[in-house]
Design a protein around this ligand. Structure first.
Ligand SMILES: Cc1cc2nc3c(=O)[nH]c(=O)nc-3n(C[C@H](O)[C@H](O)[C@H](O)COP(=O)(O)OP(=O)(O)OC[C@H]3O[C@@H](n4cnc5c(N)ncnc54)[C@H](O)[C@@H]3O)c2cc1C
Length: 312
């Protein structure tokens, strides 16, 4: 990488950096990708591993957005059939749900249609069926529900991202972890980028016609290094998952509405179940302790009392 000349330097080895490197290199561009920690060590290892078409955005009637997201989801599922698994989502709706089950069923059919019928069709699920399919759900407050399909990463998010980054090397991309972008200046022949090899303790330099800022929550910091500004601003938010002993072995994702009519999920993860997530605004940037966002005591009850009320 040192002294190299590239068409594109991608900064950040999360999902956006990895997929940028793969897409650009597979189109014949000379690509370098640098990540200052390890690939997928940031936000991209903290996700719920769902690959979804944005069911919840139907609430704001943004059909174009949902159709676009479903299209991306379908293309990803087709490109990585062994990495993405179609998974059934069962949404049980109690009085806290913002709409009745019959209306949600209409939404699920619309979602299936916007997804070009690429998955199994959705189904309305009466309370008795939910009781039978998922005995862990306390149906005493449930009015009915819907079952529909989206996708889940078969392994996990970090592995998926790392594989995409590695795959880009087959198209000639040069990738490095533990390498941080320290400075960037724009000259007539493109960008001169100063890098720090954190493992080897030495400085490197590359030139690139273009820089892709895939810094995730650090996009503004990378933007400051390159001197680029946009009118867009990041709004920071923290999400917490609760990992508990396995609640259901059906493989389904269970979905519930919390006390604030927000959807949260019970996700399968090997011999565990994962409940989440919260979505708490974080003022002023990424909350840190050694680079990690950390849970607080108040995060321990996503959705207030909802998980306790709807699970036996
Ligand atoms: C709780 C939670 C649940 C989620 N669930 C889902 C889900 O189920 N499905 C879904 O699709 N999305 C989900 N998301 C969103 C998804 O995780 C993020 O959109 C995605 O991971 C963002 O990836 P990124 O590549 O933009 O950023 P990141 O993964 O944060 O990567 C940015 C990288 O840039 C690196 N970097 C920064 N500055 C420099 C520098 N100067 N030099 C070199 N490297 C640098 C950082 O070290 C970091 O690794 C979830 C998010 C959260 C928080």
């Amino acid at each position: 990488m040192d002294g190299g000349t590239f068409d594109v330097l991608v900064v950040g080895g999360g999902i956006n950096g990895a997929v940028s490197a793969l897409a650009l290199s597979s189109h014949g561009l000379r690509v370098a990708l640098v990540e200052r920690h390890d690939f997928a060590s940031g936000t991209s290892q903290e996700s719920s591993c769902m690959v979804w078409g944005g069911f919840k955005y139907l609430e704001s009637r943004d059909l174009k957005l949902v159709a676009g997201l479903c299209d991306s989801r379908n293309r990803l599922a087709k490109a990585f059939p062994t990495r993405l698994a179609e998974t059934r989502f069962l949404a049980a709706m109690d009085h806290g749900a913002p709409f009745p089950p019959w209306f949600a069923s209409l939404g699920a059919v619309a979602y299936w249609g916007l997804g070009r019928l690429a998955t199994q069709p959705p189904r309305h699920r009466p309370t008795e069926t939910i009781e039978r399919l998922e005995p862990a759900v306390d149906t005493s407050l449930v009015r009915g529900g819907i079952e529909y399909s989206d996708y889940l990463l078969v392994d996990n998010d970090a592995r998926f991202v790392s594989e995409l980054a590695l795959q880009s090397t087959r198209h000639g991309a040069v990738i490095a972890n533990r390498v941080e972008v320290m400075a960037a200046t724009h000259a007539t022949d493109g960008w001169r980028i100063g890098l720090r090899d954190l493992a080897g303790g030495r400085d490197l330099e590359v030139t690139a016609a273009m820089v892709v800022n895939a810094g995730g929550p650090y996009v503004p910091d990378v933007g400051r290094l390159t001197g680029t500004t946009t009118e867009h601003r990041l709004v920071f938010s923290k999400g917490i998952h609760l990992v508990v002993p396995q609640i259901t072995d059906s493989g389904r994702i269970l979905a519930f509405f919390d006390d604030h009519e927000r959807l949260f999920y019970l996700l399968p993860m090997g011999e565990r179940s994962v409940i989440g997530t919260t979505d708490t605004p974080v003022a002023g940037g990424v909350g840190h302790r050694g680079g990690q966002v950390v849970p607080a005591r108040a995060d321990q009850r996503p959705g207030g009392s909802a998980p306790a009320a709807l699970l036996r």
